[in-house]
Design a protein around this ligand. Structure first.
Ligand code: ARG
Length: 471
């Protein structure tokens, strides 16, 4: 293998170690970022008089032709290159001769690789943000349709209180909104250029790091050693992806449970279900199961990165080449899961009848019964106890709370009146929970409004939430 560092090295790397050493099979996906960084670097070199106009033209022409050829497939990544940086530099020199050899003035692969990864992750972050918005839109669409759809809200996976389906799924939209905010925040620290840190100590040459950074939409890092050895941004990216995957795995789990015959709250569309090779009746929610399962990979990616970086002495160490596969996998996986779940949510059928049936059993209006008594002057603890006794009585006689007669109720407390039945009516129970953030249709409406103005839909780049937004 022809290597860039063949000056000092005599015999070169044992061929058996070439593929062990090479990162090209995975870092080739950063070719656009590598070329973008080189173009900015070359423009700065010219601006500072470190290369002349002719060399700059040759370099930029060469780099752009390489970009075109990689994109069109005319140029393939040769197995023999050590990484994407040496591949492109070698190819450039083959194409434009000596000018190509000047590109690496005041640069090292150490600052180059750190820059490429930053540029690459900023791109992926943009895609993930768009996918977060896509899934949130699918959820919000369903929420708009189901502000009045009653389902049992659960704690401990036991029926607890009446909830609208809208209120339940909007919880996920708010999780996604926070995922978006976290990525925006991570991006701010990723958009920092290490270029000009060179190998580790900066350079004796009169470069302008601010100029290169500005060209790339970044600011320069303040310390060259930190510039080449910092991978916090990659860890933060993985951690954002991991937390988003926690959210997706919870949503996926509920979609799986709800698709079961036992719940029957939703029916996944056929386009999002698979069958069994032996059981003809099966319609499996594989898509959600995969999203749930793939969360494990992303947590693993985060752990891998933390472990690679732990205890590494400054500045660059080759261990850091191991950052890429983990963070690439985290990005790919999160993106694929977001898109898959967006499709599943937008196409699923919500079975409102089944939800209502489930809501009618399990005494989920018991709190409302206790509240009814408390509002009429009974101390809440006593109201709680009396309601508990009514629930036990109903459970024993196979009835629900609204099937108790007024005489039976009055025998327990004179506070009960005809309006009790309305107070424990499920729809009424839901409508009355109009506290800020509660499940009432008006509150759901307000939440939809807040979400639609949130960072989720602010476009690709970060914008602060509007003044009047609570987010
Ligand atoms: N391929 C390396 C990486 O991914 C970049 C080059 C490292 N620099 C060096 N001096 N070996 O981290």
């Amino acid at each position: 293998m022809k290597v860039l560092w063949s000056g000092r090295a005599g015999r070169g790397l044992d061929p058996a170690l070439e593929s062990f050493n090479s990162s090209l099979p995975f870092d080739s996906r950063m070719y656009e970022q590598d070329i973008k960084g080189s173009l900015a670097h070359a423009a700065m070199l010219r601006g500072q008089g470190l290369i002349d106009e002719k060399d700059f033209e040759a370099i930029s022409g060469g780099l752009n032709s390489i970009l075109d050829d990689i994109k069109s497939g005319a140029l393939e990544f040769s197995k023999s290159a050590e990484d994407i940086h040496s591949f492109i530099e070698t190819e450039l020199t083959e194409r434009v001769g000596d000018a190509g050899k000047r590109l690496h003035t005041a640069r090292s692969r150490n600052d180059q690789t750190a820059l490429d990864l930053r540029l690459y992750l900023l791109e992926r972050s943009r895609e993930i943000k768009a996918a977060l918005a896509e899934l949130a839109s699918a959820i919000m669409e369903k929420a708009r349709l189901h502000k009045d759809t009653i389902m049992p809200g659960y704690t401990h996976l036991q029926r607890g209180q009446p909830l609208s389906f809208a209120q339940h799924i909007l919880a996920y939209a708010f999780m996604l909104e926070r995922d978006r905010q976290r990525l925006d925040d991570c991006d701010r620290r990723t958009a920092v250029s290490p270029l000009g840190s060179c190998a580790l100590a900066g350079t004796t040459l009169p470069i302008d790091r601010f100029m290169t950074a500005k060209e790339l939409g970044m600011r320069p890092c303040e310390n060259s050693v930190d510039g080449v050895s910092d991978r916090d941004f990659a860890i933060e990216f993985c951690s954002c992806a991991a937390l988003a995957m926690v959210h997706l795995s919870r949503l996926a789990e509920e979609l799986i449970l709800w698709s079961s015959l036992e719940f029957g709250f939703i029916e996944p569309d056929e386009s999002c279900s698979t069958g069994s090779s032996i059981m003809p009746q099966k319609k499996n929610p594989d898509i959600a199961e995969l999203a749930r399962g793939k969360s494990g990979r992303v947590f693993g990616d985060l752990m891998a990165l933390l472990t690679v970086m732990k205890g590494l002495p400054l500045a660059y160490d080759k261990d850091m080449q191991e950052d890429k596969e983990a963070v690439f996998d985290a990005a790919d996986t999160a993106l694929a899961c977001l898109r898959a779940l967006a499709l599943m949510v937008s196409t699923m059928k919500v079975k409102t009848e089944r939800m209502l049936e489930a809501a009618k059993r399990g005494f989920i209006n018991a709190t409302d019964c206790a509240d009814y008594l408390a509002a009429r002057g009974m101390p809440f603890r006593d109201a709680y106890k009396l309601t508990g006794e009514l629930v036990r009585e109903c459970a024993e006689s196979g009835r629900s709370l609204d099937e108790l007669s007024l005489e039976e109720l009055k025998a327990r407390s004179q506070l009960f009146e005809e309006d009790y039945y309305r107070a424990i009516d499920l729809r009424e129970c839901m409508r009355k929970r109009s506290s800020y953030g509660g499940t009432s249709p008006a509150s759901v409406e307000a939440q939809l409004e807040i979400l639609s103005k949130s960072a989720l839909f602010a476009g690709e780049d970060f914008q602060d939430a509007p003044e009047d937004s609570p987010l």
